[in-house]
Design a protein around this ligand. Structure first.
Ligand code: DER
Length: 256
């Protein structure tokens, strides 16, 4: 299938280009594309991987690492002041400036913690994910991890900010009620009109204006993270890279 082969190609190329054999600490994301990243890493053989430790971003990621026979370590065991050499993860949508929507797999909180712990963050995505502006193809909304008891008030604030029909992500068949994340939280998916980039505002487009509900990526991210009850947001954004809450510019290298 075209999509699967695109995911696989992107994953193998990303590992080839970005997994340096002398690296010792590697972050592994969540989702279906990262499955191929782990497959590509395992294919390097124990001669390369036995000296490496792999840090997961949730239950599925943990399982992937263990099933591949790779050394697993929790991110809280990374000594303070230390960084991962590289982290690989997928995305739901990538815009022209390599800003990302993440969280389709409800793992965004640990994903952002691991991504921001890495010197290099490599986003691996098939061709479907590349989009001119966030929200153009990914219509489900920006995933936001929230404290369940705060959900109603977060929904109200999102509506005030111009989100079009934000909602708590429902459980899958066999799970009555909301999806519960690996951290015991809920996910709210908040659709917005396509997010503008700083370069768009040069064209005089109103952005970050509550009246018209049209937002610029960084302005929206800065507002969302401050809503009481919000734990983390599925916007990995920055000027030409992953500008994270730590404020450090990190290269987001997207492979399609
Ligand atoms: O939840 C996430 O951010 C994941 O990385 C995910 O959205 C990517 O999923 P996919 O690789 O299955 O498309």
């Amino acid at each position: 299938k075209l999509v699967e082969s695109s995911k696989r190609l992107a994953a193998y190329q990303a590992v080839k280009d970005y997994l340096v054999p002398t690296y010792t600490r590697i972050g592994i994301g969540s989702g279906s594309t990262v499955v191929y990243v782990v497959e590509a890493i395992a294919a390097l053989g124990p001669g390369v991987t036995s000296g490496m430790t792999f840090y997961p971003t949730g239950a599925q990621s943990e399982e992937l690492i263990e099933a591949a026979g790779l050394t697993l370590q929790a991110i809280n065991k990374l000594p303070t002041g230390q960084q991962l050499d590289v982290a690989f993860d997928g995305a739901d949508e990538v815009d022209d400036d390599l800003n990302l929507i993440k969280g389709g797999g409800a793992c965004l909180w640990q994903e952002k913690i691991v991504a921001t712990a890495a010197k290099h963050f490599v986003c691996v995505a098939d061709f479907r994910k590349l989009s001119p502006r966030l929200g153009t193809s990914w219509k489900k909304g920006i995933p936001i991890e929230v404290l369940p008891m705060a959900a109603p008030r977060v929904l109200d604030e999102l509506k005030r900010m111009g989100s079009l029909n934000p909602r708590v992500r429902p459980g899958l068949p066999g799970k009555a009620g909301a999806i519960v994340t690996d951290n015991g939280m809920w996910i709210i998916d908040a659709p917005f009109a396509p997010l503008h980039l700083p370069k768009d505002s040069a064209s005089g487009v109103q952005a970050g204006n509550e009246d018209n509900g049209v937002w610029q990526v960084d302005a929206l991210a800065d507002r969302l993270i401050k809503i009481p009850g919000v734990a983390e947001i599925g916007l990995f954004y920055g000027k030409n890279g992953l500008e994270v809450t730590a404020g450090a510019q990190k290269p987001v290298v997207a492979y399609f």
